[in-house]
Design a protein around this ligand. Structure first.
Ligand code: ZN
Length: 50
């Protein structure tokens, strides 16, 4: 949230969740977006220094 740094995140668990949603809802997922915001390590250090 502070510096606007964006990271891609991938994991087996995330793929499994998508498969489960696809199965349970009977849809084929073509777009999947999950947004997580926070303060990264660098910005936390800067905050601590102030
Ligand atoms: Zn940051």
């Amino acid at each position: 949230m502070k510096c606007g740094k964006v990271r891609e995140f991938e994991s087996e668990l995330y793929e499994e969740i998508k498969r489960q949603i696809s199965r349970d809802c009977g849809i084929e997922i073509t777009v999947c977006r999950t947004e997580v915001g926070g303060v990264c390590d660098d910005c936390r250090k800067k905050q601590a220094g102030n």
